[in-house]
Design a protein around this ligand. Structure first.
Ligand SMILES: [Zn+2]
Length: 273
């Protein structure tokens, strides 16, 4: 009898260790956090905002201009940035309860659906490198692409970023992923209408020639995909969906991560792609 129970008991013990803890709003810190120094545009000093919501160091701008984000990420200049460890501490220092709720829900969702990266909430600073959600400025939401050099990786969220998808979107940038419509093969899936895009936003639609797709299919419903009308100048949509089976109204609007989004984390952080 005891013998037949053994495998079940072992399974239960292993499950108890690996099942992610579900966080609640009570786990969010919600207080103040010393912010990085900002310049007159509300951007951290020494940083440049590229691709809409990603920060890179100013000294890397020429390389970005020449080679794009993927060229930058694959370059020598990026070597000093290491991958995240499997367990990533996260502090939430935001007053907006709705935003706190969306962050907690995103973290629970990501933790529940894969085991390669585990976010865990902290209520006070820790020794290792960690992610800090803090108030954004000038209605902006942005973060550093990939793990930042140094200990604290800030994700700035202003109260105008109250979409349930925003925290997961920014966490993906922190993990090193770029926007889906910037993939090198995107022209097969979407047609960009350059004349319909506001002039200063056009750089956000550049094709990243060296982007790694990790062998995963193009994902229209990814949390990293823009909507068809994002940054339109009013003359019409910024892009056309080439696949007739895809609902354009759902593109860029999905609140939660798709299975392909989750597969990105697994391939990148479990090294299976
Ligand atoms: Zn983004």
């Amino acid at each position: 009898m005891m013998h037949s129970l053994l495998p079940i008991l072992v399974f239960a013990a292993v499950s108890a260790v690996t099942v992610a803890r579900e966080y609640t709003l009570a786990d969010a810190q919600g207080g103040e956090f010393p912010e990085p120094e900002l310049d007159e545009n509300g951007i951290p000093v020494g940083m440049a905002l590229v691709g809409g919501d990603m920060l890179i160091e100013r000294e890397k701008l020429p390389l970005y201009e020449a080679e794009g984000l993927s060229g930058l990420v694959n370059s020598e200049a990026w070597r000093n940035v290491r991958r995240w460890p499997r367990k990533i501490p996260v502090g939430i220092y935001l007053k907006n309860r709705r935003l706190q709720q969306f962050i907690v829900a995103s973290i629970n969702d990501i933790n529940r659906r894969q085991r390669c990266v585990r976010f865990y909430l902290i209520r006070r600073p820790v020794r290792q490198k960690y992610i800090v959600f803090i108030e954004g400025h000038k209605n902006r939401c942005y973060t550093h692409l990939g793990p930042v050099r140094g200990k604290r990786h800030f994700i700035h969220l202003s109260s105008s970023c109250t979409s349930p998808r925003t925290p997961a979107h920014e966490l993906f940038h922190a993990l090193g992923r770029i926007h889906e419509q910037n993939r090198y093969d995107r022209d097969r899936y979407v047609q960009i209408y350059w004349n319909n895009i506001r002039h200063h936003m056009r750089s956000q639609y550049r094709r990243e020639r060296h982007a790694k797709t990790l062998g995963l299919p193009y994902d229209y419903y990814s949390v990293m995909h823009y909507g068809v009308y994002s940054h339109s100048n009013g003359r019409g949509p910024a892009m056309r969906i080439r696949n007739r089976r895809v609902n354009p109204r759902r593109v860029g609007r999905e609140a939660w991560l798709t299975n392909t989004d989750i597969a990105h984390i697994v391939r990148r952080y479990c090294g299976t792609g």
